[in-house]
Design a protein around this ligand. Sequence first.
Ligand code: NAD
Length: 740
Amino acid sequence: MTYTHFTVETDADGVALVTWNSPDRSMNVFTEAVLRELAAIVEAVTADAAVEGVVVTSGKPGSFSGGADLKMLEGLLKAFHARKGADPEGAAKALLADVSAMGALFRRIETSGKPWVAAINGTCMGGAFELALACHARVAVDDEGVKMGLPEVKVGIFPGAGGTQRVMRMTDAQGGLTFLLQGQTPGPKKALAQKLIDKVVPAAELVETAKAMIRAGLDPKKPWDKDGFKAPAGKVQSPQGFQFWPAANAIYRRETFDNYPAARAILKVCHDGLQLPMDLALRVEARHFAHVLTTKEAAAMIRSLFVSMQELNKGARRPAGAPATKLRKVGVIGAGFMGAGIAYVSAAAGLDVVLIDQSLEAAEKGRAHSDKLISDRVAKGRAKPADREALLARITATDDYAALAGCDLVVEAVFEDRAVKEAAMAKARAVLPAGAVFASNTSTLPISSLAPNWHAEADFVGIHFFSPVDKMMLVEVIRGRNTGDAAVALALDFVKAIRKTPIVVNDSRGFYANRCVTNYMLEAHLLLTEGVPPAMVETVARMAGMPVGPLSLNDEVAVDLAWKILQAAKKDLGDAAVDPRQEKLLHGMVVERGRLGRKNGKGFYDYPAEKGAKKTLWKGIAEIVGAPKPAEAFDVAELKHRLLAVQALEAARCVEEGVVTDVREADVGSILGFGFAPFTGGTLSWIDGMGAAAFVALCDDLAARHGARFAPPALLREMAEKGETFYGRFAPPAADKAAA
Ligand code: NAD
């Protein structure tokens, strides 16, 4: 029998090697066709008396499989919603049957009576790792770059093909739950320590080791299918279980504030499933999976954090027709906080980097940042010493602009000062020919106003990074008034090379992300001036789904930066552009008390000097804003709405003004750029989720009580009247989707 996605070769010892290698795909994923073929293979090898056991591996170098094709799940969901109105019971039954198929196939492998071993040659995620868990043993290649695990919770769903049940029967309760709830993707050594895999071997020995396990008589019956099985997680109904599970529930609530149906379901199916025999436990898991899949959180998260993000990463917004550039050498001017980070991510992606600062010493200091980051990775076993040498060899630190010759792109990250930027551009212009593309990482200066300093405005573009550069995945590519398509395309090629997610934004004060996040911090400042206790401000923001409270965030980005931005806005836009209550607070913090944020150990929090000591909210905020009122004086739901609505409103204004032109970018950018409550799917998905009419009503109410900053823009009113959604009215162009 021949297959499209697999080859099956049985050796003289009766070990069948099943190699998964889907044609026309860079990575194997489970689609309906793949599942059908795998099911046929399972039946064939089970029935074939000549087959003693099976090794399953992948034919793709460095990758086993990315798991289930989430577009397949989107398809199931569409079918469910189409049928639900007329036949709710039939729709639910069909969905349950569909989502149960993969788990049933894996269970068939597990109970086939023949041993299966997964030979994990590379990245093994989600459904693919569930397949591996269903096998009777797992061998992985000894390469810490190879990640494996069950990250489904990060896109609003959870492992629904037996993953939760097997993990909880293989590891200790705390380790297993943490693994599932955090969607961890460990390397081989950690996975081995967690008992999720059995062996780690050099690549050349992978398949042979797996075969040898079968020849040595690997038990084809799982421990949990034998009488007297005791899960290492312990019994739920036991004194130890009575201690563990209520605490686990409390931790779950602390971490998620119950915003994530998938996380809640993980806890529930692990708790309930551990008390049941495997087949029943799998049914419980499948039912919860079907339910979670139908939640609006799952739909929004799959769309933004998987589908849209993938489309943007693959170049959905790249101007059509611009030839792709394979960048080799980039220049970074300014080796400070940001420039040093940009140099690191570029060199880590294999690009040669010329890192320039005013003095050789300053440039070397910037290069030392890369040394620190890569050395930390080496120390943690995530990179080899040779990787460190190679990375550092790629960075040339210098004060000589002549070294920029031959760069495919130059990014400046010098002081946020127009004169300094213009001087740096003049020096670069003397070295680089007309036609070379120059980018600025400015946060506040309009790209269009800097562009005339370059050879041609068409070749000048904004590439706006977020700090810390090595961790933050978003990059805003800013199109100035006269920026040409070729420059935008080159900027996107660069962002792709350094493996970050780009959004293309039109020039505007603060671009997109900073406009929204500035509002988040402004609202928090105003809450303080209204007497909301500082701890309540932080907690309510996290309850609303923000990963970091606004006061913590402000301390990280620097309180004096907020002060400077406020002063600049006042100078450029007039007194009415700033709120005097916020001005008074920031003046009190920065000018009167020198509280600049984490960088000087005092901001809204105090940062004790002792290593490991926790920060605590600064008690003196009351000196500036007056004593806080009791928490009971405030309505938590309203505070949550205020903190999210100020951000979502700004996103809607950015769409109305044409600053953001693609709804996918607004959503993905909001989650990756400033952590907008991920369970909502992003700023615009949050509005769509409640409906424009409800959002406008909410904002009108907030505006009546708290001021005009909540007044909905005309676009939203019109959408509310017409019953439109952002994804309906501004549906991403089909051509983009096809190109992606
Ligand atoms: P920084 O002060 O840490 O670094 C600036 C560096 O530029 C310094 O090392 C300085 O010596 C160097 N420099 C100044 N003039 C120079 C010249 N003529 N030639 C070469 N080098 C020169 O500042 P930063 O925080 O890294 O910010 C740099 C830029 O990035 C600014 O435009 C800022 O607005 C922007 N930005 C900052 C952040 C952030 O979070 N800090 C985020 C996004 C963008």
